[in-house]
Design a binder for this molecule. Structure first.
Ligand code: PMP
Length: 451
C-alpha cells in the first residue's frame, strides 16, 4: 500500500519556496515507504536521501510527510529549468494527450526533428550538424563511440582518469571508478585506454603541460592511428567536478583533428546552461566533432542525444542507429519545453549569477574551515574538495558527516569524486537567491557542527 500523502501535491514554481521541516528526516511516512522499498526494490538501487517525494518545483522538494527541502542536486543536474516547469508541463500534457509512441523508426513525427534542429542551433560550431536521439546518457555515449568507429574504421577509445560515462558495459569500461560502478561487473569492453586528466589542484600542471602528458601516454601506449575517438567531460561530473586547466581541452581537440581522431565532448552533466553557457566546451572555444547530451535536455524526462558533424553522423548505414524508445515524443516535447524555459528566462546568464553567489559562499567556507582544500567549478556547477587540513589527503568521512547533517536539516546535497570527498552543488537554475543563501547557511552550520 502506498503511504498517504499529507501535503498538497501540485508542484512547479508555485510551490512555497521555503525550507520547512515538520518531522525528523525521514518522517514516519517516508520511513514506512522505505520499508516497502527494502522489500520490493533491488538493494543495488541505492538512495542518497530517503525522503519520498510528493511534489517539487523552483528550488524545493516537498516530501510525503510535509517537509520542504532545498534542492541543491536537481536530480543530478537534470531539472535545471526547475521541476514541473510550466513550459515542460504544458508541452508534455499536450503531447501525451495526442500520442505517446509510434517509434520514430516506424512512423516518424515532427517533435523529434524539432529537437534535432534545436540541438544543431545550440551546440558549439556553425558547421552542418545532425543528431540521433536516445534514452539515457550512457546510451548516447555508446552510440557516439559506435559512430566514431564507423566513421574512422578504427577501434580504440581514449578516456581519462576520474571519468564517468555510464553504467552499460562499454560505458562502465570507459568510467574510471571501481566502487560502486564496476566492481564485480566485468569482463569489461576491450580497446578502451585511459590517459591522465588535468587536475590543477592535484597535479599543478598548466593545460598544455597536462595535455602533452596525456597525448604522450596515448601515442606511446595506443598509437594515434589506432584511435577512433577521444571522449572527455569538459568539466568532469561524478569524478569530482574537475575543471581542467585552461588550454587542456583545446590542445587535445587540436591533436585529435591533426590525427583523424573523433573528439567527443560528453556534456551530459555540464550541458544546457549549467556552466553559464549552453555548453561547457564553449569556455575554451572548443568545437567538438560529436557532443553527447542528456540530463538537462528534457526537464527530467528520459532523453539523450548525439549531435555532431553531418559527415561523421552520416557514416553509419541506415538502421545502424536507433532503439524502440529513442526520441520518444513525450520526452521530445519536454525537451522543447525545457529549451523554451532556458531561452525565455536566459538560464545561462542565471547560472552565471548563481555561480558567483555560490563561489562567494564557498570561498567564505574555505577561509573559515581549513578542511576545504579547493573551491572549483563554473557557473551553477560548483564544488569543494575536502582534505585533511594542510594536506591533499582526501577527507571522505568529514564529507559524509556534513552531507548527513545537511540532509537532516532539509538541504539536498550531493557528494562525488574518486575519493568521495567532494561536495558538488547543482541547484535548479530556477532557485531564488534567498533560498540558495539559506541552503548555504545550513551548509556552513554543518561544517561547524561536525568540526
Ligand atoms: N556521462 C556523464 C558525464 C554523466 O554525468 C552521466 C550521468 N551521471 C552519464 C554519462 C550517464 O548518463 P545516464 O545516467 O543518463 O546513463
Amino acid at each position: 500500500m502506498t503511504a498517504t500523502v499529507v501535503a498538497p501535491v501540485t508542484g512547479g514554481p508555485a510551490l512555497p519556496q521555503k525550507r520547512n521541516l515538520v518531522t525528523p528526516i525521514p518522517g514516519p511516512l517516508s520511513a514506512a515507504a522505505l520499508e516497502r522499498k527494502k522489500k520490493y526494490v533491488a538493494d543495488g538501487v541505492g538512495t542518497t536521501l530517503p525522503v519520498f517525494v510528493a511534489a517539487a518545483g523552483g528550488g524545493v522538494i516537498l516530501d510525503i510527510d510535509g517537509n520542504t527541502l532545498i534542492d541543491l542536486a536537481s536530480g543530478i543536474a537534470v531539472v535545471s529549468v526547475g521541476n514541473a516547469a510550466p513550459a515542460v508541463v504544458s508541452r508534455v500534457t499536450e503531447q501525451v494527450a495526442s500520442f505517446t509512441h509510434t517509434c520514430f523508426m516506424v512512423t516518424p513525427y515532427d517533435v523529434y526533428v524539432d529537437v534535432c534542429e534545436a540541438l544543431a542551433q545550440v551546440t558549439p560550431g556553425d558547421h552542418a550538424k545532425k543528431t540521433a536521439l536516445f534514452n539515457s546518457g550512457a546510451e548516447a555515449v555508446e552510440n557516439a563511440v559506435k559512430i566514431a568507429r564507423s566513421f574512422t574504421g578504427r577501434d580504440a577509445v581514449a578516456v581519462f582518469d576520474h571519468a564517468y560515462h555510464g553504467r552499460t558495459n562499454l560505458t562502465m569500461s570507459m568510467t574510471a571508478k571501481n566502487m560502486p560502478y564496476k566492481n564485480g561487473f566485468g569482463p569489461f569492453a576491450g580497446e578502451v585506454y585511459r590517459a591522465p586528466m588535468s587536475y590543477p589542484f592535484r597535479d599543478g600542471l598548466s593545460g598544455p603541460e597536462a595535455a602533452a602528458r596525456a597525448i604522450d601516454v596515448l601515442e606511446k601506449q595506443v598509437g594515434a592511428d589506432n584511435l577512433a575517438c577521444l571522449a572527455i567531460e569538459p568539466i568532469q561530473g561524478e569524478g569530482g567536478f574537475i575543471v581542467p586547466a585552461p588550454g587542456f581541452l583545446s590542445a587535445l581537440a587540436e591533436w585529435c583533428t591533426a590525427n583523424g581522431i573523433v573528439f567527443i565532448a560528453d556534456e551530459i552533466q555540464s550541458g544546457f546552461c549549467r556552466t553559464g553557457a549552453w555548453f561547457a566546451s564553449e569556455a575554451e572555444g572548443v568545437v567538438p566533432d560529436l557532443i553527447t547530451t542528456a540530463k538537462g535536455i528534457a526537464g527530467g524526462l528520459p532523453l539523450a542525444g548525439v549531435t555532431g558533424r553531418a559527415e561523421i553522423m552520416d557514416s553509419v548505414h541506415v538502421g545502424g542507429l536507433g532503439g524502440t524508445y529513442g526520441g520518444n515524443p513525450v520526452a521530445c516535447a519536454a525537451a522543447l519545453g525545457s529549451l523554451e524555459e532556458m531561452r525565455s528566462h536566459d538560464l545561462a546568464a542565471r547560472a552565471g549569477e548563481l555561480g558567483a553567489l555560490m563561489r562567494t559562499r564557498l570561498e567564505g567556507l574555505a577561509q573559515q574551515f581549513p578542511v576545504v582544500a579547493d573551491v572549483r567549478g563554473r557557473g551553477a556547477m560548483m564544488a569543494i574538495e575536502l582534505c585533511v587540513p594542510g594536506t591533499k589527503t582526501p577527507d571522505a568521512p568529514r564529507a559524509a558527516a556534513i552531507n548527513a547533517w545537511c540532509h537532516a536539516h532539509g538541504v539536498v546535497t550531493l557528494t562525488c569524486g574518486t575519493w568521495g570527498n567532494v561536495f558538488r552543488f547543482l541547484p535548479p537554475l530556477a532557485i531564488s537567491d534567498d533560498l540558495l543563501n539559506e541552503a548555504f547557511d545550513v551548509v556552513a552550520e554543518a561544517f561547524a557542527a561536525t568540526a
